[in-house]
Design a protein around this ligand. Structure first.
Ligand SMILES: Cc1ncc(COP(=O)(O)O)c(C=O)c1O
Length: 422
């Protein structure tokens, strides 16, 4: 009879399951090329790798323009400023995301308004968006969570009816598709991240994509101290930042972009396989994918039913991690329960003052997102889907082991609780 690794038994695997990031000779060669050229900084007046990367990325997404920046967070800051988010404007977004999606609204002196998500995809629910629109609403920031695009047709229809901008936060959604169109080309503009965990990476990096030439020029200016291409170096037209991408980042990303289709197809194939295998486990359900969607699998979401095993998702994550399976408990609270939002003394006062009404963030605001965070929402990192099949099978083997060791789970729970108590 096996014993759980958390309780001292033999772990199912000792080697990491999957490896990320994938860096090869081509990236090394690309960095060397830039170093030998001796030009590391890219500006709007002169750039080689960054300009080429922007063109190549725009072509892949199927948009007219792409503006590369230093991170996904920088891309959000820039694009919200560029569409004209100003003091006291309300921006509707999802609470089931990384903090930067919402803090970029605060950095632009706007007011984040959280709309609940759909349980199947964990993406913002169009009906919840509509309920939260006021005369102060300026924009909607939609996240394609894990790489499954949000319901963009419905969202664009609502936005058009109310005269709102839609920004896609496609940080998870490189090469994702919605009804035959690429994520990043579905709203008025979109952002992507190239931070190390993302499906293509240079350690850090980000990009804005749009079909709106004027908006792209505005973003390029904001990225670079408010400069303009047709004006001198020390002319600054608007309040901007230094959010430039470097030549080295772009050179690496050009290689990663070429490799991305193959890796993404492999993730999709292995996701279909894993989802079939996981059907037999009643405590963990595979992700639901709409038939008109191609998933990017930055993450492989899993829905956990705690009542089956009688342990919470945190315990399950620790138990599986001890077996060598990198199951994550995912977001553990909606972003509005972070002190930035839930503690009024930490709030930037100004945008809230001009609203003339109280804005309260806290428990109860978005019940579906809360249930996902507290009880059911888990995931495997997407890079696991780039592991060889025989290694991927260890996920099911580990779940079978859990099934066989059910009577040890209460002990595992007690052990973890004792480690956390003071
Ligand atoms: C949904 C989402 N938006 C934005 C970001 C921010 O991107 P970056 O880390 O490149 O600043 C992330 C990063 O993890 C993210 O997951």
């Amino acid at each position: 009879m096996p014993r759980l690794a958390l309780l001292g038994g033999e772990p199912l695997r000792r080697k990491p399951l999957g490896r990320w990031p994938l860096i090869g000779d081509e990236e090394v060669g690309a960095v060397e090329r830039v170093l030998r050229r001796g030009k590391l900084c890219a500006t709007m007046y002169s750039s080689e790798e960054v300009a080429k990367f922007e063109e190549e990325f725009a072509a892949v997404v199927g948009v007219k323009r792409a503006v590369a920046v230093s991170s996904g967070t920088a891309a959000l800051d820039v694009v919200l400023r560029a569409i004209g988010v100003r003091l006291g404007d309300e921006v509707i977004t999802t609470p089931y995301t990384f903090i930067a999606t919402a803090t970029s609204i605060l950095h632009n002196h706007g007011v984040p308004v959280f709309a609940d998500v759909e349980p199947a995809t964990r993406n913002i629910d169009p009906r919840e968006i509509e309920r939260r629109i006021t005369e102060r609403t300026k924009a909607i920031v939609v996240v394609h969570f894990a790489g499954h695009p949000a319901e963009m047709d419905e969202i664009m229809e609502i936005a058009e009816r109310h005269g709102l901008y839609v920004i896609e936060d496609a940080a998870h959604a490189h090469l994702a598709e919605y009804k035959g169109r690429m994520a990043g080309s579905l709203g008025h503009a979109a952002i992507f991240s190239f931070q190390e965990s993302k499906n293509m990476t240079a350690g850090e990096g980000g990009i804005i994509t749009t079909d709106d030439e004027e908006l792209a020029e505005q973003c390029a200016s904001l990225r670079e101290h408010g400069r303009r291409r047709d004006r001198p170096w020390y002319y600054h037209e608007v309040l901007g930042w230094n959010y430039r991408m470097t030549e080295i980042q772009a050179a690496i990303l050009r290689v990663q972009l070429r490799r991305l289709p193959k890796l993404t197809e492999e993730r999709r194939r292995n996701a279909r396989y894993l989802s079939k295998v996981l059907e037999e486990f009643e405590f963990l359900s595979p992700p639901r994918v709409a038939p008109y969607v191609k998933h990017a699998y930055h993450l492989y979401p899993l829905d956990y039913q705690p009542s089956v095993l009688g342990i919470d998702k945190h315990t399950l994550a620790r138990v599986l991690q001890a077996e060598g399976i990198p199951l994550s408990e995912g977001y553990c609270w909606p972003i509005y329960e972070n002190p930035i939002f839930s503690d009024p003394s930490r709030m930037p006062e100004v945008p809230f003052k001009v609203l003339g009404r109280e804005v309260r963030y806290g428990r109860g605001l978005c019940p579906v997102a809360e249930k996902l965070c507290y009880e059911t929402g888990m995931w495997l990192p997407g890079y696991v889907l780039n592991a060889p099949r025989d290694e991927l099978d260890d996920v099911a083997r580990a779940l079978e082991k859990i099934n066989r060791c059910r009577d040890e789970l209460a002990e595992a729970s007690r052990l973890l609780a004792s480690q956390h108590s003071p």
